[in-house]
Write a protein that binds this ligand. Structure first.
Ligand SMILES: CC(C)(COP(=O)(O)OP(=O)(O)OC[C@H]1O[C@@H](n2cnc3c(N)ncnc32)[C@H](O)[C@@H]1OP(=O)(O)O)[C@@H](O)C(=O)NCCC(=O)NCCS
Length: 323
């Protein structure tokens, strides 16, 4: 059977690092509060000329370089983002153009912090359905541009960045020993839509709006939702927590990551954590975390890697992949 195998990875971060200490000058907060409640120590914030598309392009070029491929080899550019450059056209076509591609197709996906898991699952369907042989899957965000910088309950949590993977169709045996995506589990429940949202939009206010969140409500649901889809992925592949080499979670909050890993019986040595470095970069957080763990040699070819995310909507999902 056809499998979607990772051939290259890349990441991009804005130039400017903003530490918790710098935020103390902007809102009534402290480094101690932020570290204790979230694990975040710093985040990267986009400056002039740095956009979701420019960061996405940079990550995509790095992923193509690692794969030894050029834009000519790509059939589909799929961008997970909730902070597109414009309402339309899709940031994916903007990146397609920046890469000099006039062939193939490109579109955006919006599932907030679960966007990268949704995009990987979608890319896998396009590959296994025969529509695309190679897909650039990009998670790219500039959440700093939708934050209310006077609201201490949200502005300390998020950051900007982008990450990308090149997925390629390769023949597999149809067993768990195959490289590539083995299973994907997506969920959403719109009855929670008012717990994490942006208070503006083209069809309502005609403005971009700002991120609003009931943090405690999100926290309350996160661990149960994450463990639910991961257990779905274990059941579908007849695997257990002992079989996986790495858990690469969406990086929202250290306490949510630790709580989910503990509930699933996954030891902390197997969990990739980068929330301290990047903050919550929404759809970009998983590919950014992957690139750190691949660069430092933790994740190797053949490893069994579980990706998971939960975010606004609520949306949530998990994906099991053999590297
Ligand atoms: C946001 C979050 C860190 C807040 O932590 P918490 O322990 O729930 O804190 P609470 O909201 O109960 O607030 C506790 C106190 O800290 C205060 N506080 C909130 N933000 C603060 C900040 N940045 N600095 C200092 N104090 C802050 C609150 O005002 C509150 O004060 P009060 O008791 O005087 O009213 C936590 O709810 C969380 O992580 N939620 C999930 C958020 C998330 O990950 N969202 C993205 C999902 S993709």
């Amino acid at each position: 059977m056809i499998r979607s195998v990772v051939r290259g990875y890349g990441a991009a971060l804005p130039k400017r690092v903003v530490t918790n200490r710098e935020l103390e000058d902007m809102v009534d907060t402290s480094d101690e509060w932020i570290v204790q409640r979230t694990g975040i120590r710093q985040r990267y914030i986009a400056g002039e000329g740095e956009t979701t598309a420019s960061l996405g392009e940079q990550a995509a070029r790095a992923a193509l370089d690692k794969a030894g491929l050029t834009p000519d080899d790509i059939d589909l550019v799929l961008v997970a983002t909730s902070t597109p450059n414009n309402t339309f056209p899709a940031t994916a076509v903007e990146i397609q153009d920046r890469l000099g591609m006039t062939h193939g197709y490109a579109f955006d996906m919006q599932a907030v912090c679960s966007g990268f898991v949704y995009a990987m699952a979608t890319a896998d369907l396009h590959i296994r359905g025969g529509m695309a042989k190679r897909v650039l899957v990009i998670g790219a965000e500039t959440f700093s541009r939708i934050l209310d910088w006077t609201d201490r309950t949200t502005c300390v949590l998020f950051g900007d960045g982008a990450g990308a993977l090149v997925l390629e169709a390769q023949e597999g045996e149809g067993t768990n020993a195959d490289r590539g995506i083995l299973t994907a589990h997506l969920r959403s429940d719109g009855s929670h839509k008012d717990k994490l949202f942006v208070d503006g939009g083209p069809s309502t206010t005609g403005t971009v709006g700002h991120l609003r969140m009931e943090g405690r409500e999100v926290f309350k649901h996160a661990v149960a939702m994450i463990t639910d889809v991961i257990e779905g992925a274990f059941d579908a592949t007849k695997t257990t927590a002992d079989d996986i080499d790495w858990l690469v979670p969406h990086q929202a909050n250290r306490r949510i990551i630790d709580g989910s890993a503990k509930k699933l019986g996954i030891p902390s040595e197997k969990v990739v954590v980068t929330v301290d470095l990047h903050g919550n970069t929404s759809a970009a957080s998983i590919p950014l975390a992957l690139s750190v763990a691949l660069d430092d040699g933790r994740i190797k070819q053949g490893d069994l890697v579980m990706l998971e995310a939960m975010g606004g909507g609520f949306t949530w999902g998990a994906l099991l992949i053999r590297w």
